[in-house]
Design a protein around this ligand. Structure first.
Ligand SMILES: [Zn+2]
Length: 166
């Protein structure tokens, strides 16, 4: 693992961040990131007042909830998943699938305008973070091992979602 880390750092330093992201195949989904402003903004204490502790940790601190022990990971009911922070519809049950990861997984958001992305460097390997485009609330991450037609997996925290049955 140490060797792997050192190699990745070296590769990242030599290639530059942009090239590294491109090499990892994420350029398409993060093309529009950067310099975002949000329609819904609140102070930290206002967010704490309207969100549960778990919702706050996920939406505002980018925490990841436990796999399988979350509300929607195996839910198959027809309906729409809204941002729990501002109620913007983000995902449809029609693009939800069982990724067997223990988190709600979608191969596409409800529209390209509904979500924003940024590169998350918390782990050694960059990941594509995904958030609500209206309030900036963290939703989860996007991976490239999803099913067709997109090949993407939007790995979302149940705590960031509010389900509205069809
Ligand atoms: Zn939102």
């Amino acid at each position: 693992m140490e060797m792997e880390r050192r190699t990745l750092f070296k590769v990242g330093a030599v290639m530059g961040i942009g090239a590294m992201v491109k090499a990892l195949g994420l350029e398409a989904v993060i093309a529009k990131e950067g310099g975002e402003t949000f329609e819904v903004t609140k102070t930290d204490s206002e967010w704490r007042a309207i969100l549960s502790t778990e919702q706050y940790r996920v939406l505002r601190q980018e925490a990841t909830e436990s796999p399988f022990r979350n509300q929607y990971h195996d839910q198959k009911t027809q309906g729409t998943y809204h941002c729990v922070g501002c109620d913007l519809p983000l995902f449809s049950s029609q693009t939800k699938y069982d990724s067997e990861t223990g988190w709600p997984s979608f191969w596409e958001p409800i529209s390209v305008e509904a979500v924003g992305t940024k590169t998350d460097w918390r782990l050694i390997i960059p990941r594509t973070e995904v958030h609500c485009a209206r309030c900036g609330g963290h939703q989860g991450h996007i991976f490239k091992d999803g099913p067709q037609p997109t090949g993407l997996r939007y790995c979302i925290n149940s705590a960031a979602l509010a389900f509205h049955p069809a």
